[in-house]
Each structure stands twice: as C-alpha cells, then as structure tokens.
Design a protein around this ligand. Structure first.
Ligand code: GTQ
Ligand code: FE2
Length: 346
C-alpha cells in the first residue's frame, strides 16, 4: 500500500536530489502554443528622445560603457534589457563630433538609421556612411566603431541577437587592442557597396542557417524605397513587405536576424507567427493591434511583437522597419505563420 507520506517523501527526495518530476510541470512546459514572457509594448519616440538628449548632455561615450544606448526593456521580462525574449532592441545616439570606441563580439547587430547626418560605422575597416532609412550590418566578430563627424545629433535603432547568443552561452567580447580607441581614420568608405548590389525578396528567403553574413554591409533607403514602390504598383494589398537579403546567396542578411520593411496603406490582415519581432516606425503615422493591445504610433516609435501575437496595422501611408529572429526558426524548421480570421481594427 502506498501512503501519502511515502509520496511526500518521494517529492522531498526528488527535490533534494535536484530532480523534477515532469508530470507536475508538463502543462507549463509543453504549451499548446508559444507563451512568451514578453508582452506587446510600445516605446514612444516622444518619451525616448528627450531622455536620449539628456544622456548626450550628461553621459560621455567611453571605453567600458562603450555605447550611449537606451535598451528597450520589455516589462514582461522581469528587468532583463531585452525588447522581446530573443532580440535586443535599442535607441543609440551620438552627439556632434563623438566617436564610440571600436570593439567586436559574437552577437550580430543591425542599425537602422532614424535621423542625422555625417555619421559612419566602420566595419572591419570599411566606413559605412549612414543616412536616414539606411540599414547597416555589423556581423558577428567584425570590428566596429561609430563616428559622428557632423554637427548634429544622430539617432538610430540597434538590433542584436544578444539574447539568442546569451541563451547559447556563446557571448565573447573584445575591445579594440589599439593603437587608439577606434579603427584608424577610415581610409575607405562604402567599400562593400562598390562590390555588391542590394537584393530583396517579397517571397522566400533561401537560407538554412548559413553561418555566412551578407558581404554587403549597407542597404540604402533609396534602393529599399524603390523596391517597395515597384511592389506597391503591382499590388492592391494593404501591406507590402520587402525583406533585405544577402546579394550573393539570397539568404537573410545575418544568420540569426531577419530585416524587412513593411509599407502599410490601409488596414492589413491580422497575422501571427512563431518567433519574436521588433517594429520601428520610420515614416508615417498609424496604429497597430498586437495581441489584442492597441498602439497608436508615429515616426521613431518602437514596438514589441512577441511570438504568436496576432498583429495588424492601419495607416494612410507608413513604413515600418521590422527586425525578427525568423532566420533561426526557419533554419530549425520551427517557422509557423497563421492568418487570423477576425481582426480587431475597424
Ligand atoms: O553599437 O556596438 O545597442 O555593442 C548594443 C551593443 C549597440 C554597438 C548596442 C553594442 C552596440
Ligand atoms: Fe557592438
């Protein structure tokens, strides 16, 4: 005969032995659908920018701190500095004549420029000039520093796969060994751009976790806009999506990070996908419903779309930059997408 006290002793014994019985935790582990801790959330530019300006005034950019970056910290993530469970998203700013020191690390990064001029990011000796709407890549372990040679403040969105690399316990970081704190005054500008042509797709991306990042390090807004324009003319859809790809292979721009621009003109159908995303409003105003929460947005706002939250947009005309972990899910055969039948927007 079993007794309650035998059972209690079993559980006590399991706990003391650092073992957990699956049958008591099955429901929270094997959920019918993803249950991300991150919540749908919006960070308004009107809140972020005054704080960024105060940071420019009060906090120098130096070795050690490395960057003047305000990380999007999703309130569902218990204080971790991540926009969603798998993605780092942030607002980075540089004051006039500032240089952020060179370093390299295993996490890969993208920059999407919001405003400013006279700034470049040097990536392994190639100075990539940055203007509004440009996308710049800093692939894993490539040296990078940021130079503001102009007289105006510069603001851009940073996206990194840091939480993914962190989850894999694969984070390595190295400061530039010198001489100096940045790569010697860049000799060459926009080298990758002279060698490769930007490539985009509105359909399939051909990667399977290629460990190879794109050799093209900068995608100009003029090219992205022209591509969106071409597709927009050929379609009646309320949402036109263009994904940035590696011009040599057609793969996503980085092994772990997917980048796209969604042009909204009307009301888009609600869609959900497995995997997380961060949206950055580049142009235009509108609203989105994400997992049942409604957010009105304008240029410079950023919002989190956690895994499997239905997302729909409405605007008279807007461009949203979208960072996602989709290449990882695709490579692992975990990618799922569903069009939700009933939308929330009128
Ligand atoms: O600009 O190198 O937002 O290393 C986070 C980590 C930006 C950068 C971030 C970084 C950088
Ligand atoms: Fe970095």
């Amino acid at each position: 005969m079993n007794s309650d006290s035998d059972l209690a002793a079993l559980y006590a014994g399991l706990e003391a032995a650092d073992l957990q019985p699956l049958w008591t935790i099955t429901d929270e582990l094997l959920t019918p659908e993803p249950r991300p801790a991150a919540v749908p959330w919006l960070w308004p530019a009107s809140t972020m920018k005054p704080l960024a300006r105060e940071a420019i005034r009060l906090v120098p950019v130096e070795r050690g701190g490395e960057r003047r970056v305000l990380a999007l910290a999703n309130p569902g993530l218990g204080g971790r500095p991540y926009a969603v469970g798998t993605l780092w998203g942030a607002l980075q700013c540089l004051g006039p004549r500032e240089v952020a020191p060179a370093h390299r690390h295993t996490p890969s990064a993208i920059r999407f420029v919001l405003e400013g001029a006279g700034v470049w990011t040097t990536v392994d000796g190639d100075a990539c000039d940055m203007g509004p709407g440009d996308l710049v890549l800093t692939p894993s372990m490539q040296w990078h520093d940021h130079t503001n040679a102009g007289d105006s403040e510069m603001f851009w969105f940073d996206g990194l796969d840091l939480p993914i690399v962190q989850a894999l316990d694969g984070v390595f970081f190295e400061p530039w060994p010198g001489p100096g704190s940045s790569q010697s005054p860049a000799t060459e500008h926009n080298r990758s751009e002279t060698r490769y042509r930007a490539r985009y797709t509105d359909g399939s991306v051909t990667d399977a976790l290629s460990a190879q990042p794109s050799d093209l390090l900068i995608y100009r807004w003029a090219e992205t806009d022209a591509q969106l324009e071409r597709l927009a003319r050929a379609s009646d859809d309320a949402l036109i999506a263009v994904e940035y790809t590696d011009p040599r292979t057609g793969a996503s721009v980085l092994p772990t990070l997917g980048c796209a621009v969604h042009r909204v003109r009307g009301r888009s159908a609600p869609v959900r996908r497995a995997g997380n995303a961060v949206y950055v409003v580049f142009r235009g105003a509108g609203e989105s419903v994400v997992g049942g929460r409604r957010f009105a947005w304008e240029p410079g706002d950023m919002f989190a779309v956690p895994s499997w939250a239905a997302v729909e947009h409405a605007s008279d005309g807007a461009d949203l930059f979208v960072l996602s972990d989709e290449p990882v899910l695709r490579a692992l055969g975990l990618n799922r997408r569903q069009i939700v039948v009933e939308g929330a927007l009128p």
